[in-house]
Design a protein around this ligand. Sequence first.
Ligand code: PLP
Length: 426
Amino acid sequence: MSDYPFFFTWTSQNAAKPLELTGGEGAWFTTSDGGRWLDLGALSYQVNAGHGRQRIVDAITRQANQLCLSAPNAVYPAKVELAERLLALAGPGFSKVFFTLGGAEANENAIKIARQVTGRLKMISRYRSYHGASMGALALTGDWRRPPMEPLIPGVVHVHDCECERCQYGNRAGNVCDRGMAGEIEKTLRLDGAGTTAAVFLEPVPGANGAFVPPPDYWPRVRAACDADGALLVADEVLCGFGRTGNAFGHQHWGVVPDMITVAKGLASGYATIGAVIVHERVAKHFDANVLACGLTYYAHPTACAAALETLKLYEDEGSFEHSAKLGPVLLRELDAVSKRLAVRAPVRGLGLLAAIAPEAPLSAWQTLGAELAKRKLSLHVEGKRGTAIFAPPLCITEEELVRGVRSFGDAAVAAFGASAVGVAS
Ligand SMILES: Cc1ncc(COP(=O)(O)O)c(C=O)c1O
């Protein structure tokens, strides 16, 4: 039971287990009881740059001293440079940025832009997805957070995901995959009324819903289906963006160019509240002569822009995206070793520094895991009801910290799920 005078999110208040944060450094954060935790979840998947990064704090301070307040359509150097950097990361053809305060608002505005540009209403997204808590973004969301709030905005159709271990099309290891999942979006675009869908919203690798990595031709086929139908393709990079999967944006693994990219989280690494929609020229040009019916009082707030700009410079200076790509196979190797130590089946999947292990065990065992992790001061995303533990550490984590952390997770997992008969000790 919490005595705090505010709500805790996504939980009954009686079940809230608050951590009293005091600070941190690199891949570690500290708590008021003197605890030092290894942050294998980047808090809420956002601390890509790591904790205690003084250069980002200094950039915010400098900006606050120089220009702390702004109007939505005012111009100042940090805003211009940040937009230029985002467009450069997105690649050739992207020409405009719309700034927001976070991820849900980025998707909300991408919905509005897609509807304005196409003159169509409908959207397609997937069941294993989270796109934000506001009414439009929640309508796109496929997971448990949507149904309690329905009806939401009309026109969203959900399709299945690339959950290859439980393939909806019956493909199993050893079978030839006929890529039914990619075909599902092609089919839905057609069957739900050809030429009526404004946009398809996809996370490159669904993050909070379990790090399902799609087969290599999934995104190219979805792109082709959107092109054939005239629907726009939106990559929700709020979680996958900025190095999480080993490059600037997750969709870039598959050589596909979306029409819009939504970002937040790693954009300023949690040091400020900022998100954005990065818009391709083929969409942006619509607004040269048409009113863009979108706006926010705190659009491109100066201190948030300064924080984001410095964060992007830090990624470049430290080679953060390359580091994530390099440590990805290490994370998978160590999780495979954990899987072998367990008494239960525990599939592993991931890309870059975003990975999941999914032991098939009852909720009570998952509750034990939570307690075992707390004993070891390991912080990561444990979704007992959905049977997944998700790893997404700050990108500055060292290989040694990562290996030590996952092995310690393995000890906690053995205590919770039991040891395999041929268990391998860490
Ligand atoms: C893929 C994705 N999109 C959107 C959001 C919503 O972002 P925010 O919480 O900043 O509104 C999240 C948050 O977890 C996310 O993971």
